[in-house]
Ligand binder design. Structure first.
Ligand code: 5GP
Ligand code: MN
Length: 341
């Protein structure tokens, strides 16, 4: 018997559910939020169930349709009949959301990261070629017969424009431009969205960007541009976590640099590394080599490390030298070596 396609499996799970939880990974970005809110809107269009979208949108996303009805992670309370994680896997959820996730009747994933483990989910929609989770959600909703209105288009455009860096990154495909055209036909203020999502900074965020750029330095014989955000500097600028988004993208476009690493001190013993590549260095592999749980896309990845900023910075030069060496875990040809013969 032919297997039911995943999109139909998910539709049936939605129609059978009374309560549905939608979530991105911790610190959702424009694509995670757009995908969750768009799917939530689509589900409400075809089913009568209650839909909770977990998370608190950062300031630059507060305008998104439905953002005001999101449920802060600490207030997420199961049981849910269906839980869907979008734009990241189930290993990067905050504790309360993870608990609700574990207790859900059925668990699904919609993701475009390469590292998905299908066995962990009841329903799997996985397309590493998709520019964004929003591109996948659009295809899903079209298949479900959901009408594309302007609020839905705004949500999907946010993810598309965020993950392609405004149609500049190598994950921009002809289908990304076709989707953009379809979304623009609903009359959305696409230029306004691009400004809010990619360009606009609060004054405190601009001060922080200035600090990071002024103190950036080179590692790995100049191949790596390193930026650091110590907690005291972030607070001193009057900035918050949300102001850090996008800073790493400024570092990587320095002439001669292959990759950028932004080291962010989040708490006393919690450091996050944001990695970007503009060469054949696969930063998803690099992130994985720097700590368990690290990963992402070949050209944009991250890893959380439970150690002090001081220790992380002390270990980084040698770790980068080793990973970027010709036979290192992220150096030339590493992706095919990791994939096996
Ligand atoms: P960012 O540096 O903007 O936080 O994340 C860049 C990309 O890497 C995104 O696709 C994000 O989902 C992914 N990413 C960020 N941090 C982690 C992490 O700790 N683990 C994994 N597996 N992916 C991450
Ligand atoms: Mn994404």
């Amino acid at each position: 018997m032919p297997q039911t396609p995943p999109a139909e499996q998910l539709r049936q799970a939605v129609l059978a559910a009374r309560r549905v939880l939608l979530t991105g990974p911790v610190d959702p970005d424009g694509d995670s939020l757009g995908a969750c809110l768009a799917l939530g809107r689509g589900i409400r269009g075809i089913a009568g169930c209650e839909v909770d979208v977990a998370g608190v949108p950062a300031f630059r996303y507060a305008w998104m349709p439905g953002a005001d009805r999101m449920v802060a992670d600490g207030r997420v309370a199961g049981p849910y009949d269906l839980a869907v994680v979008l734009d990241g896997d189930c290993h990067r959820l905050t504790r309360p959301v993870e608990e609700a996730w574990r207790g859900a009747g059925r668990r699904a994933i919609i993701d475009h990261h390469a590292s998905v483990e299908p066995a962990e989910y009841d329903v799997v929609l996985h397309d590493p070629r998709a520019s964004s989770a929003c591109e996948m959600v659009h295809e899903l909703l079209v298949g479900w017969g959901v009408a594309l209105d302007a609020p839905l288009a705004e949500l999907l455009y946010t993810g598309l424009v965020y993950d392609t860096g405004g149609f500049r990154h190598s994950n921009t495909h002809p289908s990304s431009h076709r989707l953009a055209a379809t979304l623009l036909e609903t009359g959305i203020d696409h230029a306004g969205i691009a400004v809010r999502v990619l360009m606009e900074r609060r004054p405190a965020g601009l001060r922080l960007l200035g600090h990071v750029l002024a103190h950036a330095r080179y590692l790995a014989s100049g191949r790596v541009q390193l930026g650091v955000v110590p907690l005291a500097v972030r607070d001193g600028c009057g900035a918050t976590e949300a102001d850090i988004e996008g800073i790493v993208d400024h570092l990587v476009f320095t002439t001669g640099v292959d990759i950028a690493v932004l080291v962010i001190e989040r708490e006393q013993r919690r450091v996050k590394l944001s990695l970007r590549s503009r060469s054949d260095v696969n930063v998803a592999l690099l992130a994985r080599s720097l700590g368990p749980g690290g990963g992402g896309h070949p050209r944009a990845a991250g890893v959380a490390i439970e150690d002090t900023l001081e220790n992380v910075l002390a270990a980084l030069p040698a770790a980068l030298d080793a990973a970027l060496a010709p036979n290192g875990r992220a150096g030339p040809g590493a992706a095919s070596r990791a994939a096996g013969p």
